[in-house]
Design a protein around this ligand. Structure first.
Ligand code: NAD
Length: 355
């Protein structure tokens, strides 16, 4: 098994370092190779996604990614900015399915802004389509309006579109994910207004015929936003398009109250994936040794489950994280009075010890 290690910028190297220790503790035979990405790629090679990094990512069985971005790169031209590395990896590797679990560990229920009984025990999964929709649809631009009520004025426009193949393949990922969980899938769209959503719904209903064990329901995105904060435990797996998923997955993440705890996976059609924490590079705390590495460690657990087919080892890592939380060990972002405050590397020590 070859794993590409792409630490990136800010806290990326610190948190990825701890996840690598956990993987090594599980299996010394993992072949791991590191490469620069994001701002670090630009600084060393003049591009956020250097050719050698892309080659390594293509060759590997899975990719463990830290985070990219730093204020010092904010004024670069768009195509050289660190965030372009993620878009480049997604499109070059065909990573069209984004899996973001929102799990509220009982030990951290106090971190949520919602009432304890609404969120305690929350465990939902958002499956977001990642490479299509209005974010990529053509035509798009800013122009002088050629017609309509505001003809002659400047206008901005984008195009929402989904091809049948795109909807089918994300629907399959979602139904298969549901099969591994509680077998309930909610497809979120805006079919009361958008043609693209009507088409989306039609295809999801058709794919459902291949998964009769999964119960499927449909929800408009505005209602889904309300239900996520009203009764989030009613959801098991949610599948939705790129833009709705972008927004809902952040809302779902915040139900847990702790961004340092949330892993994510982006998969291709063969379950090869890129695994990264849901948070960014946190330049405000980089180099201080206080970042929470658990989201990255839990991303490594997802990698074991989805790309490396090692569900038992994934469960061991997740149990080790639970055990560390039960012992009252906390990094600063999830710390409460009376509990043990630890650094990034001490948190790594604790997870390795629990393993
Ligand atoms: P951020 O997620 O980096 O940070 C938001 C807040 O959460 C900060 O206060 C930070 O200190 C804290 N935080 C984040 N992760 C933490 C952790 N593991 N432990 C403890 N605290 C943590 O978001 P931002 O500040 O909006 O963005 C910073 C940079 O990250 C920007 O350059 C942005 O473009 C980039 N970014 C990258 C990704 C990615 O690589 N996938 C995602 C989002 C943002």
């Amino acid at each position: 098994m070859k794993i590409a290690i792409l630490p990136g910028d800010g806290i990326g190297p610190e948190i990825v370092g701890q996840a690598v220790r956990v993987l090594k503790a599980l299996d010394e035979t993992f072949e791991m190779e590191s490469a620069d990405v994001g701002g670090a790629g630009y600084a060393a090679h003049g591009h956020p996604l250097p050719e050698a990094t892309l080659k390594l990512a293509k060759e590997a069985d899975a990719i463990l990614f830290g985070a990219v971005g730093d204020f010092q790169y904010d004024n670069l031209e768009r195509h050289l900015r660190p965030e372009q590395a993620i878009l480049g990896l997604r499109s070059n590797l065909g990573l069209f399915a984004n899996l973001r679990p929102a799990i509220l560990y009982p030990q951290l229920a106090g971190a949520s802004t919602l009432k304890f009984d609404i969120v305690s025990g929350l465990n939902l999964m958002i499956v977001r389509e990642l490479t299509g929709d209005i974010y990529f649809g053509q035509p798009r631009g800013i122009r002088t309006a050629p017609d309509g009520a505001f003809k002659g004025e400047r206008e901005g426009f984008d195009t929402m579109r989904y091809a049948e193949t795109e909807v089918r393949r994300i629907a399959h990922v979602a139904f298969q994910t549901a099969m591994k969980r509680e077998k309930c899938l909610t497809s979120v769209d805006k079919a009361n207004v958008l043609e693209t959503s009507q088409f989306w719904r039609e295809i999801v209903i058709d794919v459902h015929k291949e998964y009769p064990e999964v119960s499927l329901d449909h929800m408009y995105v505005d209602n889904a936003a309300m239900q996520l904060v009203r009764a989030p435990k009613k959801f098991d797996v949610v599948v939705t398009g790129n833009m709705f998923g972008d927004i809902l997955s952040d809302a779902a993440a915040m139900l847990t109250g702790s961004i340092g705890m949330l892993p994510s996976a982006s998969l291709d059609a063969n379950n090869k994936g890129l695994y990264e924490p849901s948070h960014g590079s946190a330049p405000d705390i980089a180099g201080k040794g206080i970042a929470n590495p658990l989201a990255t460690i839990l991303s490594a657990a997802m990698m074991l489950r989805y790309s490396l087919n090692r569900a038992e080892q994934a469960a061991r890592v997740e149990a080790a994280v639970q055990s560390v939380l039960e012992q009252g060990i906390r990094t600063a972002d999830i710390h409460e009075p009376g509990l043990k405050l630890v650094s990034t590397s001490e948190m790594g020590d604790a997870v390795v010890a629990a393993l």
